[in-house]
Design a protein around this ligand. Sequence first.
Ligand SMILES: Nc1ncnc2c1ncn2[C@@H]1O[C@H](COP(=O)(O)OP(=O)(O)O)[C@@H](O)[C@H]1O
Ligand SMILES: [Mg+2]
Length: 308
Amino acid sequence: MIRVENLTKYYGKRLAVDKISFNVGKGEIVGFLGPNAAGKTTTMRILTGYLAPSGGEAWVAGHSILSHSLEVRQHIGYFAEAAPLYTDMTVRAYLDFLARLRGLDKTEVKKRIWQVVELCHLEDYIDVHIGKLSKGFRQRTGIAQALIHNPEVLIMDEPTVGIDPIQVATTRQLIKELAKKRTVLLSTHILPEVSMTCQRVIIINKGRIVAQDRIENLSSLISGSKRIQVEVSGSPAKVTERLKRIPGVLNVSYQAPSHIIVCPLEQDLRGKITEAIFQSGWTLLSLESVEMSLEDIFIKLTTKEEAA
Ligand SMILES: Nc1ncnc2c1ncn2[C@@H]1O[C@H](COP(=O)(O)OP(=O)(O)O)[C@@H](O)[C@H]1O
Ligand SMILES: [Mg+2]
């Protein structure tokens, strides 16, 4: 449903997207994961026809983004990172405006507005001015506008950024619901978000795709170690040295005020760590297991690539 081949984008001399290629099949929900400045928004803006690529080609629902950008737009719903909402319009007026702009006829428009309003749970807010809505409801209005022309493909750029945790949960649920009938490409810089909503993930870093696989395969790729973070009262260098001597510990680093201990996944070293600190006469102020960060994963993936 989405096919991308060697897509490249330069902003002046800056290379933002570097010959990326990927496919998204009909009905798939794919996560487009990467840290800030990875090139996610740029790629999505190219796919939705808002930005011309410097090289390469892409097709959406069989239409070329270069030669048939109008058809592409008809098949795509786009939730932009900073969704341009008209704050002095009501939700209804805004959706009506966009529906007409996208070529729906009069009789269709009314019906379609109700459908998307129900889908996005905006019933109670349909006549409220967008400027008066909370962030979460504004974001749902943004999703509703992406759906108004009933597109087969939905492109969502960081749809859960900047909203409170309860709204985030509702939005993820909504995305899953939407994906039942559509092809979805969803960008995020939050790792757990991908496993919660997507079947497959494409990882991009510095404009390049570093991995793409099904979630279950990827988690085995990134597993193999876990991290424990401790805060200890004692000279950082001495603490590092002592922790490194614990059998099983793979690595220790100090990121003030904590020490990060890398351990094998299958071993629980928390008891030994506590004991070592106690026996050295220090106080353990905190101990917690931390998930691998995206940065850790990129380091792992990119080193792996170079080693191969
Ligand atoms: N309009 C622009 N002009 C110049 N550089 C840009 C512009 N938009 C993005 N960039 C740069 O391109 C790179 C990719 O940005 P972006 O696609 O927004 O990444 P992401 O969405 O993954 O955070 C970054 O280095 C960013 O600074
Ligand atoms: Mg972005």
